[in-house]
Write a protein that binds this ligand. Sequence first.
Ligand code: 2PG
Ligand code: MG
Length: 436
Amino acid sequence: MTAIASVKGRRVWDSRGHPTVEVDVTLENGVLGRAIAPAGASRGTREAIDLRDGGKALRGKGVAQALDSVNGPIAAGLIGRDASDQRAADNVMLTLDQSPLKETLGGNATVATSLAILHAAAADAGLPLWQYVATHYGCTPSLPLPEIQIFGGGAHAGRRVDIQDFMILVPGARDFDEVMEITNEVYFAAGDIMASRGKLAGVADEGGWWPVFDSNEEALETLVAAIEKAGEKPGENVVISLDIAASEFGKNGQYRLALEDRAMDSGQLIDMLGGWMDSYPIASIEDPVGEDDPDGMIEFTRRFGDKVQIIGDDYLVTNAKLVEDAAGAGACNAVLVKVNQAGTVSESVDTFRAAKAHGWGAIVSARSGETEDVSISHLATGLGGGQLKVGSFTRSERMVKWNECLRIQDVLGRDAFVGGTPMMNTWWGAKQKETA
Ligand code: 2PG
Ligand code: MG
């Protein structure tokens, strides 16, 4: 065992220019682990609280209180503890803050600390983080299939389109490099098409194009056109993944698409998405209905659960109990794993395991506010999760995660690219049969 000697929080800045929490965990032998808390914009109401100071300065987003948590009670509770006992270390924070959403310490304080402990333990073991994660949690490491944003929308692009993420997946790729190459071609083809049609307003929060489309479906049409312009076959080797983030435009089963000035109930929203799935090669859909619409999610899963991957993000907030409940009720067939929604590594791994136990997909994900921290590339690989969502294909806070996967691939080997969660593999297998 190597004990924790110090825990130190500092204020750093994220990709949106907002302050966030970085934590250094130093062990008694001088080994250092460091991690930074990311920040969401479209947040689930049941996720761990991002503790912010409020007031006028820094647009209310100061993190002085979260840093006080790290440098005060968290440090006092952790010093002297074994860094390799992640569960016990995380439990120290859970004992210090027994509120349901970590509002006392702040989820931003706990997540940065928890990840920094994991980094310190890996460094102490002399292992890269992905390998330590695989060993520590008894998983077979594999490189994840990237889920990459081409257009941003919703809360990440001034709500210019209602749907939040228009993404691609390359399920049949040979290795991680091929995914990067194809994505490069599709991303720039999409930009060219939009510029030539006068539909390009800039770049959204996660590096995807910021579109000025007249309808949400225009985004889908343009995405298919971009895949074709890139020389790829939509629905064969390149498929579409959407994050509807429906909680952002609906409440209590009533939704409103502002762009199209259309109000709809849950059933109509489900019908509309079903129509999109008939017309476009969509293989994965996240949060198709709101977090407060369980009947809608159960209905959506009943109708489409054997055809597409249905991911709960705001709906499940990386919570193992919510995954259990949803699996029992027949809602969703995959979960997004965002460590800062849970607030600790241990709780995130519990959620990951709950999903796997039900044969679900588990997609490790970044937030819209990110940094140079690459922990999620290692977690996705080490846990063998099968899929990784990071945002788009520009801007260093995104590219640093893809690039880290390329470095891991150099060590792990190209065969370690298994590409896909169980649902994606079923989908891809069925496609292969169809085209054979
Ligand atoms: C999401 C994420 C990433 P945010 O909804 O999946 O796209 O967004 O971090 O703003 O919650
Ligand atoms: Mg989401």
